[in-house]
Design a protein around this ligand. Structure first.
Ligand code: ZN
Length: 159
């Protein structure tokens, strides 16, 4: 059998991951950020409705920001404890500011859920702006808390 290599994201000890923003991997000029909204393996997973709704809001705001041409991808983790944001040609600080900004924009959003029409999405009925707002408010608070503790350094905790 061919040798299967363990991918980088599986090499991080998930017992020590807490909500925060981390550099997951760097591939030449593309940085993959781990936007961890929930603590792994604590029976505290995002439900599909929440995850899908956050994806619609944050992806749209990210692609409408000043850094829109640097955003490569935004999408949910299959384990339902966070999202991946891929950026090109930005500093960690710029990416972090962008994330805080799009979280605030979602929390303050006074309008429609983005991309909620049948022709725009593969599961358009499974969307809720309220769920997106609640998750984004909770995650923003977690980021600010980590920042206060001086731990917003994009590195995973080792213990
Ligand atoms: Zn969708």
């Amino acid at each position: 059998m061919e040798k299967i290599n363990r991918i980088t994201s599986f090499s991080v000890d998930h017992d020590y991951i807490v909500p925060g923003m981390y550099v997951s991997r760097i591939d030449s000029d593309i940085i993959t950020y781990d936007l961890r909204t929930r603590k792994p393996n604590c029976d505290d997973f995002m439900d599909s409705l929440t995850m899908h709704s956050v994806e619609h809001m944050l992806a749209t705001f990210a692609r409408n920001s000043d850094l829109s041409d640097k955003v490569i991808y935004f999408g949910p983790m299959g384990c339902r404890t966070g999202f991946y944001l891929l950026m090109r040609d930005t500093s960690n600080e710029e990416a972090y500011s962008l994330v805080k900004d799009i979280l605030k924009k979602t929390v303050d959003h006074d309008g429609e859920m983005f991309g909620a029409a049948r022709k725009e999405c593969g599961n358009y009925k499974e969307l809720s702006l309220e769920s997106a707002k609640a998750e984004c408010a909770r995650y923003l608070e977690a980021l600010l808390e980590r920042e206060k503790l001086g731990k917003a350094d994009f590195k995973y905790d080792k213990e």
